[in-house]
Design a binder for this molecule. Sequence first.
Ligand code: CP
Length: 289
Amino acid sequence: MRHLIRTDDFTKEEIEALLADAKEFSDGRFERILQDKIIITLFFENSTRTKSSFEIAAKRLGAEIVHLDVAKSSTKKGETLVDTAMNLDAMGPHAIIVRHQNAGVPKILSNHTKAAILNAGDGAHAHPSQALLDLYTLKDHFGDVSGKKIAIVGDIKNSRVANSNIELLTRFGMEVVLVAPPHFLPKTDLRTTHYLHDIIDEVDAIMSLRTQTERHSSQSYASLKDYASDFCITEELVGDRDIILLHPGPVHRNIDISDAMLEDKRCKVLQQVSNGVNIRMAILKKLIV
Ligand code: CP
C-alpha cells in the first residue's frame, strides 16, 4: 500500500502525472472511479480547506466518506493514536486522511494500517497535498516553473507548508528565497533575507504564510502589528510588478496580506482552494483506485 506522508514520497514523473490528472478533473472530465471505496477523515487539528476539499474530492469520485469527530471519540477515554488507527483500519477503509499537531504521527500510523495514510498536515513537518496544489497553481500560471523565483514569507520555521513547498518547488527547478524575521527562519542552505524590499524586484511569485501562534511557546515577535509593518504583502509593496501571490490559508487579513491585495487579480488564494479539490481527487485516484 502506498501512503502520502511527504512530497518526496512521489517521484517527479508521478507528480507530473498527478498534475495532468488534476487538470483533467478541473475540466470536468472524471467518473465515479472510487464508488466502492470508503475513506475516513481523522483530524486532531482544525481545518477548513484541507478537510472539506478532501471530502468533496472523494464525493466527486464516488467514494463514501466517514468523519471521526475526535472530540467525541474514544481517544478522549485514553485510547492511543495507534490503537485508534488500528481499530479504524479493522473496519476496512481504503484510506485514512490524518491531521495531527505532532510531526511524525501519519508516518507512525502508516506502519499499522492496511489503508493508505494521507498526511493532511503533521505539526511543522509536512503538508504534501498543500504543496502539490501550490505547484499546480504555479504551473497553471507560468507553464514551466523551472528558473522562476519565489519568496516564501513569514513564519517559515513553524510551517509544514513551507517545508513541503521547499522540497517540491526546488525539485521542479524553482529558486526559493526565504524572507522572515530571524526567529522565524529555519537553519537552511537557501538564500534568506529579513527584508521584503531586498527581493521584491527579483521574484516571480510570493507565498505568504500565516504566523503560527499556536506553535509558539511565547510570542516571539513584538506583536502581530509590528510583524505586519515589515512582512504584510500590500499593494504599496507589490506596485505594478508582474508577481503572483499565494497563501495556503487561513489568511490573517492585514497581517499576512492587506485587504486590497487580497482583492487584486494577481492574488491566487481562492484559485489555490479550487485547485486543491482537483489535486486531492488526483491523489485519491493515485493511492486507492
Ligand atoms: N491550507 C490549509 O491547510 O488550510 P486548513 O487548515 O483550513 O485546512
